[in-house]
Design a protein around this ligand. Structure first.
Ligand SMILES: Nc1ncnc2c1ncn2[C@@H]1O[C@H](COP(=O)(O)OP(=O)(O)OP(=O)(O)O)[C@@H](O)[C@H]1O
Length: 292
């Protein structure tokens, strides 16, 4: 089994019933090895969240998968009975959500939110779960874990809340963590710390991470491999070094020119030229980019 990729998406195709059957994913294939950090990158509407939702079994009813498979080890997540899927989500696949503000229950202390899973899924006693929660908070560099366990979410900063959610995501030792734009809601200095933290946690635990982002700068900082989407289609994929240093597609080159470089932040940025979008429409179809 260890020769199998951890995650193998093959030919995933989906349409939006909300938008008159428009294509959302077009024959998307993607493989993720154990312990790999894989960037899923693209502009708004590219289909990143749809892929993440397909993995987590939370596709909206109005998005219909019309082909392909999403294999996690030997199981196809798209055809698994809901009970079996629920067993996998949380235990083997966990989510770091985009917005730490809304992801925590405002009416419950952090301790309850961190220990529920440990007690229910790992059979820990209250005392064991409390001790594990403290060590998890220490792992995510929270200095005063006892105070944080006692706190309600609104008593913590956005960065602290995101650390708690990272601790929660890793708490059951999942094989895969899906990080859905986890730094978008944070300010720039906190963003860097959170990226380093996620990379550090995945390294320590040997967890694979599917990192959803619109930001190639983030990909450069933490991803081993990357898949670039446009309008539901894979435009380019490969190791981060290959794709960012030797982009094969004009769209990738244009996006790189349009992204602030962390090593040259003052350099002028060039918007993606219209000719590149024309090329994408020729390659993908005339409906490409209608949602962007
Ligand atoms: N609830 C929904 N019902 C039907 N179609 C949807 C729904 N949500 C999104 N879509 C369609 O799926 C397409 C891809 O959206 P998706 O959210 O996956 O893109 P994204 O790359 O994650 O963008 P963003 O960065 O803005 O979240 C969009 O074009 C949209 O029209």
């Amino acid at each position: 089994m260890s020769n199998l990729p951890l995650l193998s998406i093959t030919g995933l195709t989906a349409v939006s019933d909300r938008d008159g059957g428009a294509s959302v994913l077009r024959d998307v294939s993607l493989r993720l090895a154990r312990g790999e950090v894989h960037g899923l990158v693209g502009e708004s509407g590219a289909g990143k969240s749809t892929i993440a939702k397909a993995l987590l079994g939370i596709l909206p009813r109005t998005v219909r998968v019309t082909g392909g498979s999403v294999r996690f080890e030997e199981r196809d997540l798209l055809t698994l009975p809901s009970g079996a899927l629920r067993q996998i989500i949380g235990n083997e696949i966990a989510l770091i959500p985009q917005d730490p503000q809304t992801a925590l229950n405002p009416g419950r202390r952090i301790e309850a939110q961190l220990t529920d899973g440990l007690r229910m899924n790992r059979g820990m006693s209250g005392r064991q779960a409390h001790a594990r929660a403290i060590s998890l908070l220490e792992e995510v560099h929270i200095r005063d874990p006892l105070r944080v366990l006692e706190a309600y979410p609104h008593e913590l900063s956005g960065g602290m809340r995101q650390r708690v959610l990272i601790a929660a995501a890793f708490s059951l030792e999942p094989k895969l963590v899906v990080a859905d734009e986890p730094t978008t809601a944070l300010d720039v200095t906190v963003q860097k710390q959170i990226l380093r933290l996620i990379r550090g946690m995945q390294d320590k635990h040997g967890t694979a991470v599917l990192f959803v982002t619109h930001d190639l700068g983030v990909v450069a900082q933490i991803c081993d491999r990357v898949t670039l989407l446009y309008s539901g289609k894979v435009i380019e994929a490969g190791s981060t070094a290959d794709v960012l240093d030797h982009p094969a597609h004009a769209y990738t080159r244009a996006l790189l020119a349009a992204s602030p470089r962390y090593d040259r932040p003052d350099e002028g940025l060039t918007p993606v030229p219209p000719a590149v979008f024309d090329q994408l429409r020729r390659e993908i179809g005339t409906d490409a980019g209608i949602h962007v």
